[in-house]
Design a protein around this ligand. Structure first.
Ligand code: CP3
Length: 335
């Protein structure tokens, strides 16, 4: 069993720097692209044998130190009774968004049987892989943003307006989603996920005051509820420089950051937690010497063999060349 990823999450010393890539099990992979010709993203995720194949592809092709469950953050709202379409090249679309406080009651309570397919995928992965399987969920803010906007947004205007106009409805929405997230991650851990990551991809659009008032208590409750499972908990977001002190002040083992902050600053600000990140995904497309110079600089800023996991600062771009990514994994492993 290769457990360097789990050791790094727990802040222990490792012989080799662990690597995985957010969104590694997706659009940049040949096997995934072939499967997508005959299956939608959701039907792939709901067919355990195929989902497991997609999760394993980067482990075999890139030699990464962890596999991520092949799923999507929108599978939880689907399991809570919301109709969601995933449109290729666009993202999640909801024809009837939850854009009023009354709409919040459309969310049904989560039940583990509604994601039996994910548990089965994790069991297959546990049996076949010698690296840990990472489970994940969207965080309440990021999920709420899709539910309220009905489509991907770059301004989150409707989301923030709902939050400011209807604080009680917002609290109800965040509480219902947080209950669902706790059940959803607990289900993945019960099936064999060895670590869980909460993706709060879009929360960096909030001011520190808003984050503290409208989001932080819910995220704290999620992490605290999962403590008893004993598995490492990772908290990831982008554009979090302005909220990092609060963002990192939850009961978890690892903070994931993007490239807009230097790792030395992150290290100084988050205290004893482990760090994951933070290569700009675009660097995968840069000349090799630029890429390795950037990676070397990252390693100068942290102790890369203690409490550190190499990753991108956000998802793998579909344009990434797998031979370059594999060479990068070798480079990191050689350090
Ligand atoms: O490699 C992996 O990480 C596999 C599993 C995974 C998917 N989505 C599959 C997927 C994970 C971890 C996610 C997380 C996810 N989904 C996030 C959080 C991480 C992030 O990138 O910020 C978010 C915000 C979503 C919502 C979502 N799903 C968007 C915005 C999109 C469209 C844009 C895109 O990336 O293509 C999706 C679709 C999606 N989810 C695809 C995959 C492989 C592409 C579907 C296709 O083939 O067209």
């Amino acid at each position: 069993m290769n457990d360097t990823f789990l050791k790094a999450c727990r802040g222990e010393k490792v012989e080799r720097i662990p690597v995985w890539f957010m969104r590694q099990a997706g659009r940049s992979l040949p096997g995934y692209r072939t499967l997508r010709k005959t299956h939608s993203l959701i039907s792939l995720a709901q067919t355990p044998e195929l989902a497991a194949k997609v999760s394993m592809e980067p482990v075999e092709l890139l030699n990464v130190d962890a596999a991520i469950l092949f799923a999507d953050i929108m599978l939880l709202p689907i399991a809570m009774g919301i109709e969601v379409k995933i449109v290729a090249g666009v993202g999640p679309i909801i024809d009837t968004p939850i854009d009023t406080p009354e709409g919040v009651s459309r969310l049904e309570p989560f039940a583990a049987q509604r994601v039996d397919y994910l548990s089965e995928t994790i069991r297959i992965l546990r049996a076949k892989l010698s690296v840990p399987v990472i489970g994940f969920s969207g965080a309440p803010f990021t999920l709420a943003s899709y539910l309220i906007e009905g489509a991907p947004s770059r301004t989150w205007l409707k989301t923030k307006r709902f939050m400011l106009e209807h604080p009680a409805g917002w609290k109800k929405l965040m509480s219902a989603l947080s209950d669902g997230i706790i059940g959803y991650l607990q289900t993945q851990i019960n099936a064999g996920a060895r670590a869980v990551q909460l993706f709060d991809s879009w929360v960096g659009c909030l001011s520190p005051e808003e984050y503290r008032a409208y989001v932080l208590p819910h995220v704290q409750r999620i992490f605290t509820a999962l403590k008893k499972t004993g598995v490492p908990r990772l908290h990831f977001g982008t554009h979090t420089a302005g909220i990092l002190d609060d963002f990192a002040n939850v009961d978890c083992e690892v903070i994931g950051v993007d490239w807009r902050m230097s790792l030395s600053e992150v290290k100084r600000r988050i205290g004893r937690k482990s760090i994951q990140g933070n290569l700009d995904p675009v660097m995968l497309l840069a000349p090799w010497h630029t890429l390795t110079r950037t990676v070397d600089r990252m390693f100068d800023e942290v102790d890369p063999k203690k409490g550190y996991i190499f990753n991108l600062g956000h998802g793998m771009p579909p344009e990434a060349d797998n031979s370059v990514v594999r060479k990068l994994v070798e480079y990191v492993h050689s350090k």
